[in-house]
Design a protein around this ligand. Structure first.
Ligand SMILES: C[S@@+](CC[C@H](N)C(=O)[O-])C[C@H]1O[C@@H](n2cnc3c(N)ncnc32)[C@H](O)[C@@H]1O
Length: 130
């Protein structure tokens, strides 16, 4: 089903991605990144994007209202986005990813998951780290 479309019953497709608002400079899309990457909105930008700046959910021990996974599930989720996002980049384009630090539960030590997630993301799409 195309993005922004309805299902056969006429109700909006929950997987749809729709423009929330537009200006002469561009538009804001509302929806999940997984769906946006499959949408025509982003499909037509393949190879043309100079900067992707993102602050995805962090692999926090404490659950956030917006839902955040942890451990291998987090690594798999974040790295599953790497190829789709990097396909959007122009040859000299960059992805800036902010991943917040997290603590190990019950221990005064830092989780290495943010670093591992960054490396998994980099490896998956054969990116360079700046
Ligand atoms: C770490 S917060 C970003 C906070 C942001 N940097 C700020 O300062 O407000 C992660 C955001 O990602 C959103 N989010 C969660 N899952 C998502 C998904 N699958 N696709 C797109 N956004 C998602 C959450 O709703 C949340 O707003």
């Amino acid at each position: 089903m195309k993005d922004g479309a309805s299902n056969p019953k006429g109700t909006p497709d929950p997987k749809s991605v729709k423009p929330a608002y537009e200006t002469p400079f561009g538009s804001v899309l509302e929806g999940k990144i997984e769906d946006a990457l499959e949408s025509e909105h982003l499909n037509r930008l393949k190879g043309k994007v100079n900067l992707i700046l993102t602050s995805p959910p962090y692999p926090l021990v404490r659950k956030k209202q917006y839902g955040n996974s942890n451990g291998q599930e987090y690594l798999d989720w974040l790295s599953s986005l790497a190829v789709g996002l990097s396909d959007l980049l122009a040859d000299d384009g960059s992805i800036v990813v902010e991943i917040g630090n997290a603590w190990e539960p019950g221990s005064p030590t830092m989780s290495t998951l943010p670093l591992e997630a960054l490396m998994a993301f980099k490896r998956k799409a054969n990116l360079n780290l700046c």
